[in-house]
Design a protein around this ligand. Sequence first.
Ligand code: GCO
Length: 452
Amino acid sequence: MSFPADFRWGVATASYQIEGSPYLVGGGHSVWDMFCKRPGAIHDASNGDVACDHFNRYREDCALMKELGIENYRLSLSWPRILPTGRGTIDQAGLDFYDNLIDCLLEHGIDPHVTLFHWDTPYDIYLQGSWLNADISKWFADYTEIVSKKLGDRVASWMTLNEPQVFLGLGYETGSHAPGDKLGQQELLWASHNALLAHGRSAQVLRSNITNGAQIGWAPVGVCSIPASDSAADIEAARKATLEMDSFSIWSLPLWNDPVFFGTYPECINKLWETSYYKPAEGDMQIINQVPDFFGANIYNAPRVRAGADGKPEVLPHPQGMARTIYHWPVTPEALYWGPKFFYEKYGKPIVITENGLGLSDWPHVDGKIHDPQRIDFLTRYMREFHRAGQDGVEIAGYFQWSLMDNFEWNEGYRFRFGLVYVDYETQVRTPKDSAYWYRDVIGSNGDIALS
Ligand code: GCO
């Protein structure tokens, strides 16, 4: 049996990674513009100033997507492109860019799926405390108001935040991502609360402004565990490791999804609030509790877990020499079976894989083509597992491959390539890799090519 008839096949990108920076064309700086200037912050000392120059080449990119049979495109909006200082004055040219991009996608028969925030916090907002400022959720709602008024008649689905675990975990805990801060647990918890409020207020605005019945969700990391064996005890251990938390970790799935889906924090977090300097205000949990229409999850890999002594989840090392991507991330296709299965059990909404893919070091071969059999193999394996989840009763609704084209991979600069399309950064020439043509056939056959 195939994928569901209305299954959405797509690709994903993010503003800072592909567009070229807004500050060069009248928009504002983001924390990433500033972070990239720090010596040693980015592996190849690069930045997103030009990236894939998508800002100037979006028409060509829409045409390319059409040629590749892509029907759904997940993009993100750059907050400082629209509001250079994060609030107040709109940069009309910045807003028009997205207006035109959305129209161009639709003209090419591609449904736009918009993420409001994929990490490019306006720098002026950073200087005012950013995610630690209790007002940020209101500023984010004001920004949502502007864009949803403009685009709310044409976007197929909206996602408020991309991977809060990452922009807080790497941006504010380890400091390896922008803005490069290293905060303690209390501040992280407070920043998480503000991010959750930003989701809530933004979703409320979206619900009141959208005129075309678009779906609303978000795209956190789908942190999940894979049982080390088929034994009931190991499955239970993996379920627990995925769906429960007994101490604070910014990476936890329930820290983010319990408040949004149920309006409550996990018990261990409620305990932390008791001794916390700042606490949620009356009514905050109702604001946060804007239940998404779908369960969005970015999934790349997962640890294997077994039941240890007293049934407690115990993470097992991956076998030596196992398949790994250029990030050394393990290739664990079962993550797309167990993750969706556990998420669906607990949260009960159709699952959309908002990102899945791998980084490689692709190059043009002597025949001029870009052969990337590992990408095809990787995606095939993951898609099969997602399909298997569907066969087992999980509602599977969509899959967005990361990424349409090679782009600025944060700390790694341009050396890791995640695209279906190869980008020559010297010339900006785009060349579809073998995987792009393969994915065209996957979409055309509604997944059958990946299953056979
Ligand atoms: C992510 C980001 C992407 C990355 C991708 C590969 O959500 O982590 O959304 O921006 O480029 O995941 O690391």
